[in-house]
Design a protein around this ligand. Sequence first.
Ligand code: NAP
Ligand code: ZN
Ligand code: ZN
Length: 345
Amino acid sequence: MENTVAAYAAQSETAPLAPFSITRRVPGSEDVELEILFCGVCHTDIHFARGEWGNSVYPMVPGHEIVGVVSAVGSEVSKFKVGDNVGVGCIVDSCRSCANCAEGEEQYCAGGTFTYNSPEKDGGVTFGGYSKKIVVDQNYVVSIPDGLPLDAAAPLLCAGITTYSPLRHFGVKTGTKVAVMGLGGLGHMGVKLAKAMGAHVTVLSHSAGKRTDAMALGADDFIATNDPEVFNTHAGQFELILNTVSAAHDLHGYLGLLKRDGRMVLLGIPEPSPLAAFPLVMQRRSLSGSLIGGIRETQEMLDFCGEHGITAEIEVIPMSGINEAYERMMKSDVRYRFVIDMATL
Ligand code: NAP
Ligand code: ZN
Ligand code: ZN
């Protein structure tokens, strides 16, 4: 017997999202069932719903910034109990035996299962958080620390961990000169987290009007990149740039902002994707990528946010407002994460 669950789905690349009904499995012995309270809206949801990466499967139920309350647990579940506040991010399963899994880097597992648009082990395709309920193995569920508001904590499950992981991996500490490119969902979390790690943080934005917000989020400096002169006046300043830009752009000028041996981490995945050899070669700069973060590190990030009182800046929307939210994100008009109130579905 399966559960029928209300959801919102895209039926094609061009169709607006609309009400849809899905089935969730009855919780197995290791499964946790969540009643979803809030789901953040990631730009990845737009790339997938609109088929921008060429691998979309329809109907598609996006959403991987899921916060909910545990409504049922299987007989072998030890980590959670009914009533707990929990989160599910971008990964709901992995092979559990490869080197990536053994090292807690499940996001890089070749046999991993993403929260939506991903083949299920038992056939079918996964459906994400724009829905009333989800059933997930307990090993891929994380705890939301007490004291964090549940709506503003939802974006931590993707935007938070995606920026936290490279900041940690590349050793950001007190005084590290970090720049964050693009002040959207990922970018604004990058600013807050880098600041909490003690970094000196600069925002690089193509929206000059975001200066006041950037400073209020804790940035030390703001550079409006629509003035090409800034690429000369600020050349060679940063040790690490987190690139969260969701649209095609030229990297040359931005790479020149790095110090010798500086590194840009690509987090945004626009299509077409940018590459630029010259500024890398001339100063031994590196360009890296990074994919979300593993389950252990996601819990570590949530605990860090609990200690530091860090959540996202959000605008709560009803489920029916999702198509308008996508349009506003395409215009870089999100301050700074839309979160769907699932009680409205
Ligand atoms: P978002 O909230 O829509 O923010 C993207 C920001 O990019 C915008 O707010 C804007 O900031 C900037 N931008 C947009 N168009 C631009 C342009 N033409 N030139 C320069 N800057 C532009 O998106 P998000 O949810 O943060 O996601 C950002 C990207 O990261 C997406 O491609 C998403 O798929 C990807 N992502 C990757 C991972 C990972 O694991 N690597 C995880 C999650 C998301 P300004 O107005 O400040 O310029
Ligand atoms: Zn995401
Ligand atoms: Zn694996």
